[in-house]
Design a protein around this ligand. Structure first.
Ligand SMILES: Cc1cc2nc3c(=O)[nH]c(=O)nc-3n(C[C@H](O)[C@H](O)[C@H](O)COP(=O)(O)O)c2cc1C
Length: 146
C-alpha cells in the first residue's frame, strides 16, 4: 500500500487497513513509504511516525512490513524493533543485489549512498534498459555519469 503522495487521507487509509486486517483478507501488508521515518505533519496523528499509524492496528495474524530508505542493517533492525514483522527494500536492493545477505553477514553493513554512477549499476549487472529508466531519476543516477 502506497501511503504517501497520492492524495489519500490518512484517517481513511487507516480505517480501510483496519478493516482489511480485521477481516483477514490478505496474508501480508507492504507499507510502501519513501521514507520509513516520515512523521505525520497534520491531522489526527500529527507528530507520530506514519508507520506507527498502521503498526498500532490489531493484525489478526496478517504480517505487516515497511519500505522506505532502509539502507543499512541497523535501520532494518530498528524497524523490526518498532513493530514491523518484516522489512522491504527497493533502492538498496538495486544498489547491492545481495543486500539481505550482506545484512545477515554484518550487523554494521551500510548500503552505498545515492546517487551512484551509471557505471556502478552496470557493474552490478543491471540491464541498459533499466539503467536508462533510472537515469530519469537524478537523485538515483548521477546526471551525466557514464
Ligand atoms: C524502480 C522503482 C520503481 C518503483 N515503482 C513503484 C510503483 O510502481 N508503485 C509504488 O507504489 N511504489 C513504487 N516504488 C516505491 C517502492 O515501493 C518503495 O516504497 C520505495 O522505493 C522506498 O523504498 P526504498 O527506500 O527501499 O527504495 C518504486 C521504487 C523503485 C526504486
Amino acid at each position: 500500500m502506497s501511503i504517501e503522495r497520492y492524495g489519500l487521507q490518512l484517517d481513511e487509509l487507516r480505517e480501510l487497513t483496519a478493516e482489511i486486517l480485521e477481516r483477514k483478507l490478505i496474508d501480508y501488508l507492504d507499507l510502501a513509504l519513501w521514507d520509513s521515518a516520515q512523521m505525520v505533519r497534520e491531522g489526527t496523528f500529527r507528530g507520530k511516525t506514519m508507520l506507527s499509524v498502521f503498526t498500532s492496528l490489531p493484525r489478526k495474524g496478517v504480517r505487516v512490513g515497511a519500505a522506505g530508505k532502509i539502507m543499512s542493517a541497523h535501520r532494518a533492525v530498528q524497524l523490526l524493533d518498532e513493530g514491523c514483522d518484516f522489512v522491504l527494500i527497493a533502492r538498496a536492493g538495486i544498489l547491492t543485489r545481495d543486500f539481505p545477505l550482506q545484512v545477515m553477514a554484518d550487523p554494521r553493513y551500510e548500503s552505498p549512498t545515492l546517487p551512484v554512477t551509471a557505471g556502478y549499476l552496470r557493474r552490478g549487472g543491471l540491464s541498459e534498459r533499466f539503467i536508462n529508466h533510472l537515469q530519469g531519476w537524478p537523485s538515483f543516477v548521477l546526471p551525466g555519469s557514464l
